[in-house]
Design a protein around this ligand. Structure first.
Ligand code: NDP
Length: 447
């Protein structure tokens, strides 16, 4: 039978070559499992070793990032950029600054990014970067010096038509701006080399909101497919960073009530609905912990430990903090409490066991590479505006984002149906994302 044993063989090599990188192996395994029917139908992918090629990054760059703190003490962090696949366009993907960052995390994120970017329908390959630097508790000038040092090496490898980084955990508008400033100084170029820039220097309206808004648009499509909507629903969104904040904003605009949010220390529950202005001030301006919220809102309760957030009863859940934050047991609890839709705002926040529980129980489940693609899609729109040297209005950009999210839902649903697992958006997104990349790789020859 065509394809028999092929996927096992590829997975075996991935496991052997990438030992001690469990997140990368997890991400590859999920995609490979979805591709079984595709490999059966398309023997040309095995003949041309597409899977062996797609799991191996085109290039991995690892570098030293030395910087001085405010007291003059020298620190050394590790920086990295994975240029995973350029079949569809320049490498594109965020930069993460978090102490947990190592090559396995950046590779899992870069691998996911290939298929996510493909799903957006825009010309973007897949890449990701980061450092084990922790911006928490650092002064603005320390963060600036770190970003400049990071860019001192990274600038050799990126460019508007080569590789276009953006933000991710620990990298927001402030960090992108510092990196852009240093890129400009080193190269004497002003081009769209990073996305998520400030609006005054080439940034796009809606980019800040895009991932959260996109996740909610995607969830609304899943609700529509159930002949329902988010209006009047109770929502839980983990995290309180960029994705969670704008998930809250859009869900509220669509008539839902967001009752719980978290940070890495714990979660807050407010039965009246969490006040977003307070969260935005605490997190975006004051850079404080989420427990401070209860000092200002007596109706709210704080619980230590972020995983407890999944015990809160809700109709729809948006895990929007980090990988593997929602396990099988938490998924069972959500199902028991009547949750009908889960849209992954973060990358791979649900463990494979959790995803299985949702699918088995007919919970509409939007995997990250589909549900959170709005961020990179709007980065693609920022690149288009930079090339045109023209800014688009909020409304125009938001409409384009919405249309992209609707399309992603449609193509993922269609692929799931065509390849024999109707309603399974994990399979659908993996297959639809893969097919376009695989066809392009095939056409471009052995490179
Ligand atoms: P932010 O840094 O803005 O916020 C991250 C949030 O998640 C914070 O509340 C943080 O809490 C919490 N968090 C981070 N790490 C952990 C952890 N190990 N355990 C528990 N909580 C944690 O990041 P974003 O909102 O930008 O990103 C969140 C997720 O969304 C990531 O998975 C990212 O890859 C994904 N994503 C982001 C996109 C974007 O456009 N920003 C695009 C697509 C996906 P604390 O402050 O305590 O650290």
């Amino acid at each position: 039978m065509a394809g028999a044993g092929y996927i096992e063989k590829v997975l075996e090599t991935v496991k052997k070559r990438n030992q001690a990188q469990p997140e990368f192996i997890q991400a590859v395994t999920e995609v490979m499992e979805s591709l079984r029917p595709v490999i059966k139908k398309h023997p040309e992918f095995e003949e041309t070793a597409i899977l062996e090629r797609i799991v191996e990054p085109e290039r991995q760059i690892i570098f030293r990032v030395p910087w001085q703190d405010d007291k003059g003490k020298i620190h050394v962090n590790r920086g990295m950029r994975i240029q995973f696949n350029s079949a569809l366009g320049p490498y594109k993907g965020g930069i993460r600054f978090h102490p947990s960052v190592y090559i396995g995390i950046i590779k899992f994120l870069g691998f996911e990014q290939i298929f996510k970017n493909s799903l957006t329908g825009l010309m973007m390959g897949g890449g990701k970067g980061g450092s084990d630097f922790d911006p928490k508790g650092k002064s603005d000038s320390e963060v600036m010096r770190f970003c400049q040092s990071f860019m001192n090496e990274l600038h050799r490898h990126i460019g508007a038509d080569t590789d276009v980084p953006a933000g991710d955990i620990g990298v927001g508008g402030r960090e992108v701006a510092y990196m852009f400033g240093q890129w400009k100084k080193l190269t004497r170029l002003f081009s769209g080399v990073l996305t998520g820039k400030g609006l005054d220097f080439g940034g796009s309206l809606v980019r800040t909101e895009a991932t959260g808004y996109g996740a909610v648009y995607f969830c609304e499509e899943m609700m529509k497919a159930r002949k329902d909507s988010l209006e009047g629903k109770t929502v839980v969104a983990s995290g309180s960073g960029n994705v969670a904040i704008y998930t809250h904003q859009k869900a509220t605009q669509l008539g839902a009530k967001v009752v719980a949010m978290s940070d890495s220390n714990g979660f807050i529950y407010d039965k009246d609905g969490i006040n977003l202005d307070t969260i935005k001030r605490l997190k975006e301006v004051d850079r404080k912990r989420i427990k401070e919220y209860i000092k200002e809102h007596k109706s709210a309760k704080y619980t230590e430990g972020c995983a407890g957030i999944w015990n809160v009863k809700c109709d729809a859940a948006f895990p929007s903090a980090t990988q593997n934050e929602l396990d099988g047991k938490a998924a069972e609890t959500l199902v028991k409490n009547g949750c009908v839709a889960v849209a992954e705002g973060a990358n791979m926040p649900c463990t494979p066991e959790a995803a299985e529980v949702f699918i088995k129980n007919k919970v509409s489940f939007g995997p990250g590479k589909a549900a959170n693609a709005g961020g990179v899609a709007t980065s693609g729109l920022e690149m288009a505006q930079n090339s045109q040297r023209l800014p688009w209005s909020f409304e125009e950009t938001d409409n384009k984002l919405k249309q992209i999210m609707v399309n992603i839902h449609t193509v993922s649903s269609q692929a799931a149906e065509e390849y024999g697992t109707p309603g399974n958006l994990v399979n659908g997104a993996n297959i639809a994302g893969f097919l376009k990349v695989a066809r392009a790789m095939l056409a471009q020859g052995l490179v």
